[in-house]
Every structure is written in structure tokens, then in C-alpha cells.
Ligand binder design. Sequence first.
Ligand SMILES: NC(=O)c1ccc[n+]([C@@H]2O[C@H](COP(=O)([O-])OP(=O)(O)OC[C@H]3O[C@@H](n4cnc5c(N)ncnc54)[C@H](O)[C@@H]3O)[C@@H](O)[C@H]2O)c1
Ligand SMILES: [Zn+2]
Ligand SMILES: [Zn+2]
Length: 410
Amino acid sequence: MKAVVFRGIGDIRLENVREPKIKESNDAIVRLTASAICGTDLHMIRGTLPGMKPGTILGHEGVGIVEEVGKNVRNLTVGERVVIPSTIACGNCSYCRAGYYAQCDNANPMGKLAGTAFFGGPIESGAFDGLQAEYARVPFANVGLVKLPDQVSDDQAILMSDIFPTGYFGADLAEIKPGDTVAVFGCGPVGQFVIASAILMDAGRVIAIDRVHSRLEMARGQGAEVINFDEEHPVLAIREMTDGIGVDRAVDAVGVDADHAERGPAAKTAKASKKEYEQELREIAPKTNPHNGNWRPGRAPSQALEWAVESLAKAGTLSIIGVYPMKAKWFPIGLAMNRNITMRMGNCNHRKYVPKLVEMVRSGAVNPASILTQVQPLTSVIEAYKAFDARQEGWVKVELRPTVASVAAA
Ligand SMILES: NC(=O)c1ccc[n+]([C@@H]2O[C@H](COP(=O)([O-])OP(=O)(O)OC[C@H]3O[C@@H](n4cnc5c(N)ncnc54)[C@H](O)[C@@H]3O)[C@@H](O)[C@H]2O)c1
Ligand SMILES: [Zn+2]
Ligand SMILES: [Zn+2]
């Protein structure tokens, strides 16, 4: 079958690989009809989320049809349509039972403390083969796989594998109450779903910060008040927009590949911190491999976190869903401590949110497909990765269609 394979930092390839087989009694094999590219994949290829094992199939978003089930998968039958939550969880340990699926004690073969188990990730996450492929093995399929009603299309469902739940989780962690003013740093696909979720949670105002025009326009289309950090200093703009108070809740939907401003007033401040940013990059990403404008790590890993803390009102809440590698140690702790800031963060407990979001989409309350900007065959995956990595105007979220499925559907 065809699959996207990680070969090294800055080196991904579409290869022919062996089809997966059932290994455990609660596994299922899913024939993928949709996959997608996530900002987390970019961190791994840029080298800022290190530890990938060469040969691992990438991708942690998937929708498909159950092809085969192990003998302990008692709730699914072959032929059913399902969405695959990105994180893998047993459903049985005390963490899963409490809804902390991302902290499952049993799913990660590297051990209880190794980190969140997810598809297509680094060794510390279990080095599971991912979902940018024609078929995938899904461990703990009886717990993970969520059935899809006919009314929910693949284009809608693929966004519920990872990024809609993650955006919702980010808004949930931020403790958004009706009337709150919320700042969302990063208007990539995840940031777009934080905005949508904040609005669903009755936020009074949502302020969205990025520099990519088409992403800011999409945020504005959802009702957010937008700030381009290459034109205005985002923290000063937020203070001015909130009568000097700041925002009640801030969400970091950027992560380790954060950039500093290249132009405008915030570029001046960044110049003074250039050495610190370079040091941060050396610590977390000793190996990088930028090539022809692609796979360049962000220039200022701590920038989004710094702005988020600075923009908060006293006693506000910071929610961090942007991904940082285990080695990252920098954070404006003094400012956060002295302002009585509450911080909540983590990898999304996907399985906790997916069923509820599927029902919201089925009922017509939200249409997640409105943020999908490209649908590409798996055969064009490398070009699609490059455009998404370069944040080309108009490229917000890319769905991939694996070949076997498209042929079968035709
Ligand atoms: N916690 C989880 O479970 C989880 C799940 C999925 C994705 N993520 C993470 O969410 C983050 C966003 O994912 P995505 O797919 O939207 O990625 P993306 O790379 O498409 O989006 C990031 C956006 O941030 C913007 N940006 C860069 N520096 C900035 C700054 N200083 N201030 C404000 N905006 C800035 C970029 O222009 C870009 O639009 C990534 O870190 C990804 O790994 C986390
Ligand atoms: Zn993801
Ligand atoms: Zn568990």
C-alpha cells in the first residue's frame, strides 16, 4: 500500500509499504478514506519535535471503513464508517476512566511515563505507524474508534479526528465563561477551532493573532477581531482594545515553531531577544534540515507563550495546546506568578470529545468542513506538505484522499 514515511528530518517520502495486520485481539484494521496533515507533523519534519524513528508512517488523522477486527472488538462490525481519534488509549486504566485519555497508563509501549501515545509520532509516543496511508492498524479499537452517522461526510469527519477536538479542548482548558474576552494565538487549523469553540462557549469577544492574511481572514469570518503581529505589537493592541485590562483567557495554538515579528513594532522588541531565541532553538532542535524554503523551524520558540502571558488580565487563564518538546524549559514564570495566572495545558484527550462533536455536526450545529481549504490525493502529498509547511496563502487545512479508497468509491 502507499503511505507517507518519515525518513529523516526534512525528508519524507511517499512509499510502497507492507499492509498492516491485526496483532492484538482488540485491534482493528481500517481502510482509510480520508487523512490529513497537522501542524504537529511539521514540528517533527522540521526537527523541533525530535525523536522520530526513520521508517515510521506519518499522520494522526483518519476516517475510514472497518476492514477487519480482532476477536475482542465486540462493538464494531466490518464495513462500518469510523473516525479515528489521534491519541491511542486503553479505556480501562484510571486515567482513561477519568477522561485523561492522553495520559493512558497502558497504550504506550515505552511505559507509563513516556508520554502520550499517538499515531505517527516519535519513539517516546510509542512509534506507532500513522494514518497517512491506505490502511492502518488501530490498537484498542473497541475504545478508540467512533462510529459515524451517514449524515456526517468524510470532509467533516476528518476534522474531528484531531483538530476540532483539540480546539475544543483548548477552549475547555481555558475555562471560558459566557462573556469572557479570549485571545487565540495562532490561526492555523487548530486556532480556527479554538475560535469556533470559544464562540460555542459564549465568549463575549474573541481576538485572533497571526500574520498569514488568509488565516486572519478566516478568523475574521468566524467573528474574531484580528491582529496581524507583523503590523501591530499584539500585546499593546490587546491592551488598547480592552481598556488596558487584558484578556480573561489566552490560548497558545502555535507551539514550538513560533516566529517573532519580521516587521512592525514587535520586530523591534524581538531584536533585543534574538540571542535568547537562538539559544532556545539550539537546546531543543540541535538537528534541522531546511531545504528550498521548507522545513525551517520557527525563529522564536517562546514568543507565543510570552505574548499570551503578557496579554492576560490579572488572574486570567492560560491554555497551552501548541506542542512543545519534552526538553523545552523556557516560560515567563515570573510574570505569570506575579499576576496570579492559572495555567492548564496538554495533549488533547481526543476520545473524551469526539462522540459529542460528531453529534453536534450531525445535528447541524457546526460545520467543521468550513475550514478545509484543500482536498488532495495521497499521490500529491509531498507537494501538499510543502505548501502547508510554507503557510502559503489560502492553505489552511489539507485533507488527503488515499488512493485505494478513491478507486473503490469511483
Ligand atoms: N495539544 C494537542 O493535542 C494538539 C493537537 C493537534 C495540534 N496541536 C498543536 O497545535 C499547534 C497548531 O497546529 P496547526 O495545525 O494549527 O499548525 P500551523 O503550523 O498550521 O499553525 C500555527 C500558526 O501559528 C502562527 N504563528 C507563528 N508564530 C506565531 C506567534 N508568535 N503568534 C501568533 N501566531 C503565530 C503561524 O503563522 C500559523 O498560522 C501546533 O503546535 C500543533 O502541534 C496540538
Ligand atoms: Zn495533530
Ligand atoms: Zn488507559
